[in-house]
Design a protein around this ligand. Structure first.
Ligand code: NAD
Ligand code: LMR
Length: 325
């Protein structure tokens, strides 16, 4: 193990998601079991002490890869030299709220963090926004970081992707790994479109194995509203599953995957999604970059479902126009 450590910043380090996420990162689940890690934990001043306690527990776990932990309330310190940034710190919604309701409180967090990433992060920085509403928060961060290539800013749709796989596996009595070419398009919101049009299970079309009524009236809304269902049943928003999805996203980005994954990326204008909107897309990861799967022929239902997401993302973008330079 001769490599220099990678520097990973995690915001919201005293919160629920971070309490799962940090242990997976420190174990080497993102960069691999032979890459040493330095962690920087960013919190608001009132929660720095809590983050210091988290750092104490990380140290007590004696991870072989973990070289150093810095706890700070300064974004400039947190993102200095960062190769990866998990932007988790933001308020979660409560029962009865939509994620877009959080925009007013949470949107303001991501401009300053985008600027600090712009000024301080390493050239190869990869940013994953988890804090909700994740797509539009990622847009805010990206637009405040003009010197960083836009595609370095992403938002988490992997939890929705995993939820879709889990629902399909349960329905068809197979493993989640038996599926290929599943995608969740659009916004990480109730409007999202979990799409099985191109999906296969053990090489055969999924669409031929499921009832259309189940697909449209049960599967799609179940996946799209799973976050609210977790809040209702658990009493708090998803945390360990979100952390697991964040690890999957960043690991695939760093290490590559030929299997389709859903990631929210700044759109290149394909599939009728306005360029620049941060939208869930079908992706593979090659040579350290997400690539949008190109050339798919969309049917009318897919186009309509994607258009709903575009309209919602544009409305969110308009609502935060004052945060977008
Ligand atoms: P939490 O309330 O347990 O923790 C959030 C932490 O962020 C708190 O410790 C808070 O002090 C900190 N924080 C707030 N503002 C900050 C700032 N400016 N800088 C640094 N830290 C800051 O919440 P949680 O359960 O960990 O969830 C965090 C966010 O992730 C929420 O917005 C939630 O809705 C979202 N989430 C997204 C997904 C997804 O799939 N995209 C899934 C689950 C949760
Ligand atoms: C989720 O999908 O579980 C998170 O975005 C939390 C939420 O508010 O639903």
């Amino acid at each position: 193990m001769t490599q220099n450590p990678v520097k990973i910043a995690v915001t919201g380090a005293a919160g629920n998601i971070a309490y799962s996420l940090l242990w997976r990162i420190a174990a080497g689940d993102v960069y691999g079991r032979d890459t040493p890690i330095e962690l920087t934990l960013l919190e608001i001043p009132a929660a720095v002490r809590g983050a210091e306690g988290v750092a104490m527990e990380l140290n007590d776990s004696a991870f072989p890869l973990l070289r150093n932990i810095t706890v700070t309330d300064s974004a400039d310190v947190a993102f200095d030299g960062a190769n990866a940034a998990f932007l988790v710190g933001a308020k979660p919604r409560g029962a009865g709220e939509e994620r877009a309701d959080l925009l007013k409180n949470n949107g303001g967090i991501f401009g300053p963090q985008g600027r600090a990433i712009n000024d301080r992060a390493a050239d190869d920085v990869r940013v994953l926004v988890v804090g909700n509403p994740a797509n539009t928060n990622a847009l805010i961060a990206q637009r405040n970081a003009p010197d960083v290539p836009a595609e370095r800013f992403t938002a988490l749709m992997r939890l929705d992707h995993s939820r879709a796989l889990s629902q399909l596996a349960e329905k068809l009595g197979v493993l989640t790994t038996d599926f290929e070419n599943v995608v969740v398009w659009g916004n990480h919101s109730a409007t999202q479109f979990p799409d099985v049009t191109f999906a296969t299970v053990k090489g055969e079309p999924v669409i031929e194995k499921i009832d259309h009524d189940w697909y449209v009236n049960e599967f799609i809304p179940r996946v799209a509203k799973r976050g609210a269902e977790i809040i209702e049943v658990r009493g708090k928003s998803s945390a360990a599953s979100a952390a697991s999805a964040a690890v999957d996203h960043m690991r695939d980005w760093v290490q590559g995957t030929e299997r389709w994954a859903s990631a929210a990326l700044p759109s290149d204008g394909s599939y009728g999604i306005d360029e620049g909107l941060v939208a869930g897309l079908p992706t593979v990861s090659r040579n350290g970059s997400w690539e949008i799967v190109q050339g798919l022929e969309l049917n009318d239902f897919q186009r309509e479902m994607i258009a709903r997401n575009v309209a919602e993302l544009k409305a969110e973008r308009d609502a935060v126009a004052d945060l977008l330079p």
